[in-house]
Design a protein around this ligand. Structure first.
Ligand SMILES: [Zn+2]
Ligand SMILES: [Zn+2]
Length: 146
């Protein structure tokens, strides 16, 4: 499709340039060169366009608001994090590297820190509420941060 379009444009461009008084009669090699140049320009234009439209995601903020709670001192804080950031984070209150994502139970409304699992320790993907046992849990929203 794009190749056909490029050939089409190149054909017209070659005819247009070839029709100019200064370049008549245009040698075949020159016509081929102009055609190739036109295709190259078109390809670059398409690449730039697709790069721009595809690269739009890079301008979108990778940051998100999260609520962290320190396992050591219990201090909770809302913080803006990059999607690549992974816990544990350092506590802004006591400085310990023990701040994890605060979770919220959608069943009973409890805000809690689930017990860590594995080695190295991580937070479970779907933690059970420490109060009612429900697995209808998710990240605590920054609105609920103290
Ligand atoms: Zn702390
Ligand atoms: Zn619950």
């Amino acid at each position: 499709m794009i190749r056909q379009l490029a050939g089409h444009v190149a054909h017209h461009l070659t005819r247009l340039l070839g029709g100019l008084p200064t370049s008549r009669p245009a040698p075949v090699s020159k016509r081929v060169f102009i055609g190739a140049a036109a295709i190259l320009i078109l390809v670059v234009a398409v690449l730039v366009y697709s790069w721009r439209s595809g690269g739009g995601d890079q301008t979108v903020s990778r940051e998100f608001g999260a609520v962290l709670r320190c396992m050591k001192c219990g201090h909770s804080v809302a913080r803006s994090l990059d999607v690549a950031d992974a816990p544990p984070f350092s506590c802004s209150d006591c400085g310990a590297q023990e701040a994890w994502f605060l979770k919220k139970c959608h069943a009973c409304g409890e805000l809690f820190l689930p017990p860590l699992e594995g080695d190295p320790p991580r937070q479970p993907m779907i933690p059970s509420c420490t109060r009612c046992g429900s697995q209808a849990t998710g990240a605590a929203s920054t609105k609920e941060a103290p």
